[in-house]
Design a binder for this molecule. Structure first.
Ligand code: FAQ
Length: 333
C-alpha cells in the first residue's frame, strides 16, 4: 500500500502532489467558468488560459495603436475644422484603448516592454485591416463605418469575457467605438447626400476597397480557426468568427442601402429561409498573405511604430530620471 511513496524519488513525489493539487485547482476553475463566473488577475488559472489571453489582448492592443496610423495619415488633410477635431479625438481614443488593453495584458504577468518587443520584432500579430492604405478622405469615413463597425460587432461579446480585467476594459472601449462608427457613417452620409458626383464616386471606391478586408477582420472560418474552440470553452470568445461575420454582414447590408452605396459582392442577397444575407467567397489567400506580413503596408506600419518607440526614448528616460529624483528627495526628507 505504500508502493507509490516508496518507489518514487522526492522529485517525482513533489510532482505527483503538485499535479493533484493542480488538478483540483483546474476543476474549480472549470466549474467557475461553467457557472459563468469571472476570473480575476489574482485567481489561479491554467497556463494555457493565461497564454491565450496574453496573445489575444496584446494583439488587440497592438491593433489599436497600429490602427492609429492609417487615420493619422489624414489628420492634416481633413476637409473642415469639425471633421479634423472629430478625427483627432478618434485617433486619441484609439491610443487610449491600446493603453487600457496593455494594462489588462500586464495583469497576466507579462510586462509592457515584453509585449512591445514582440510587436517591434514582428513576432506579434495585429489586425490585418491596418495593413491597407487610406487613399482618399472617404477612406476615413469608411474606416469608421466598416472597420469600427466590425470592431464593435466583435468586441461587444468581449464585454462578457470570463477574464474580468479584459471585460471591464472592453465596456469602456465599446462605448467609444460606437461613437467612432456613427461619426464614420455620418461623414459618408453627408458626402452621399450633399456631395458632388466625384465625392459620391470616392465613397463608392473606398467601400469597394475596404469591404472584403473588413470581413476578414473576424478571423478565418471557424473550421480553420486555431483558437476558437478553446477560447469559446473558456468563455474568452462568446461568439465564433463565422457567426460574428454574418451578423456584421446582415447589419451592414441594410446600412449600405440607406447610404446609397453598393457592396462589391454580386452574390450578396437576402436569404429568407436562413434569415440572413448570403455572400460570396472570401479570398482567404489574401488574408493569410497580409497576416503573414506581406500586405500593402505591413512594412510601413511596423517601421512607423518602431520609429515612434525609438523617438520616444528620451521621454521614457526623462520620466524615469524624474521618478528617481522624486524618490531620492522623499528618502532624504
Ligand atoms: N488579423 O484561431 P483564430 C479595432 C490570427 S481593433 C490578423 O480564429 P482568435 C479598433 C490569429 O491571431 C481590431 N491576425 O484566432 C480600431 C491566429 O494567429 P496566432 C482588432 C488574425 O484569436 C478601429 C490565427 O489568425 N480586434 O479595429 C486575424 O481565436 C479603427 C488563427 O485565428 C481584436 O483584436 C486578423 N483579422 O480569433 C482601431 C479583438 N484574425 O495568434 C483603429 C479581439 C485571426 O495563433 C481604427 N480579438 N488572426 O498566431 C479577437 O476577437 C480574436 O483574436 C480574433 C481572432 C477574432 C481577431
Amino acid at each position: 500500500m505504500y508502493t507509490q511513496a516508496m518507489d518514487v524519488g522526492p522529485r517525482e513525489e513533489r510532482k505527483a502532489v503538485r499535479s493533484t493539487a493542480e488538478a483540483e485547482l483546474e476543476a474549480r476553475f472549470d466549474a467557475r467558468i461553467d457557472d459563468g463566473g469571472l476570473i480575476e488577475a489574482k485567481d489561479w488559472m491554467p497556463d494555457h488560459y493565461r497564454k491565450t489571453l496574453v496573445r489575444q489582448i496584446s494583439q488587440h492592443a497592438h491593433s489599436e495603436i497600429v490602427g492609429m496610423l492609417p487615420e493619422g495619415n489624414w489628420a492634416t488633410r481633413a476637409p473642415t475644422l469639425k471633421r479634423k477635431a472629430i478625427l483627432l479625438a478618434k485617433i486619441q481614443d484609439e491610443g487610449g484603448h491600446g493603453l487600457y488593453l496593455y494594462a489588462a495584458a500586464e495583469t497576466l504577468g507579462t510586462s509592457r516592454d515584453q509585449l512591445l518587443d514582440a510587436l517591434h520584432s514582428g513576432k506579434a500579430k495585429y489586425s490585418s485591416i491596418f495593413n491597407y492604405s487610406t487613399l482618399s478622405w472617404a477612406d476615413i469615413g469608411v474606416i469608421g463605418w466598416l472597420v469600427d463597425g466590425a470592431a464593435i460587432m466583435n468586441q461587444v461579446p468581449l464585454t462578457r469575457c470570463s477574464y474580468a480585467p479584459y471585460a471591464r476594459a472592453m465596456v469602456r472601449i465599446c462605448r467609444e467605438e460606437s461613437f467612432h462608427q456613427r461619426q464614420g457613417y455620418d461623414s459618408l452620409l453627408v458626402m452621399m447626400q450633399k456631395g458632388t458626383d466625384a465625392q459620391k464616386a470616392m465613397v463608392q471606391d473606398a467601400v469597394n476597397r475596404w469591404w472584403w478586408p473588413s470581413l476578414m477582420m473576424f478571423g478565418p472560418p471557424d473550421s480553420e480557426s486555431t483558437h476558437s474552440a478553446t477560447s469559446m470553452r473558456w468563455g474568452i470568445k462568446r461568439i465564433g468568427n463565422d457567426d460574428l461575420r454574418q451578423k456584421f454582414i446582415d447589419a451592414t447590408a441594410q446600412q449600405a442601402q440607406v447610404l446609397g452605396v453598393s457592396l462589391p459582392d454580386p452574390l450578396l442577397k437576402w436569404n429568407e429561409a436562413r434569415g440572413h444575407y448570403d455572400f460570396g467567397p472570401i479570398d482567404w489567400s489574401e488574408f493569410w498573405r497580409v497576416v503573414g506580413g506581406h500586405g500593402p503596408c505591413n512594412a510601413e506600419r511596423l517601421a512607423a511604430r518602431v520609429k515612434a518607440w525609438d523617438d520616444g526614448a528620451w521621454v521614457r528616460d526623462a520620466a524615469l530620471a524624474h521618478a528617481r529624483k522624486q524618490s531620492t528627495q522623499k528618502e532624504a526628507a
